[in-house]
Design a protein around this ligand. Sequence first.
Ligand code: AMP
Ligand code: ZN
Length: 118
Amino acid sequence: MDCLFCKIAAGEIPSTKVYEDEYVYGFKDIAPIAPVHYLIIPKEHISGASEITADNSALVAKVFEAAAKIAKSEGLESGFRVITNCGDDAGQTVKHLHFHLLAGVKMGWGSEAVCPVE
Ligand code: AMP
Ligand code: ZN
């Protein structure tokens, strides 16, 4: 399958690893929008949040376990945000389920920050 994040998880395309276990791979976003901007992905290909099912949802739990471990190991005591974009309206550009872990700055909340309406 021609999937960028499958290739990154397999080590076929280079990335800066921040976390790895049997199920999950975490790496630095190539175009960070916050001082800390990592991507956490299941190694198994799932095209996006709309394709989460009873059969694969345990991998989502693994992603959040990884986020908590990363937050502890990186000292993100003051907080972090985890976001997934699904589909074109949300701006999903890579069709492999991924979670953005953002930290290192005070983040806004509300429509202007996360949900612009055209
Ligand atoms: P999204 O727009 O939610 O699909 O997020 C995709 C993210 O992948 C963006 O934040 C990109 O900067 C990031 N990205 C794309 N290619 C790479 C890459 N080769 N290595 C690391 N991050 C990447
Ligand atoms: Zn993939």
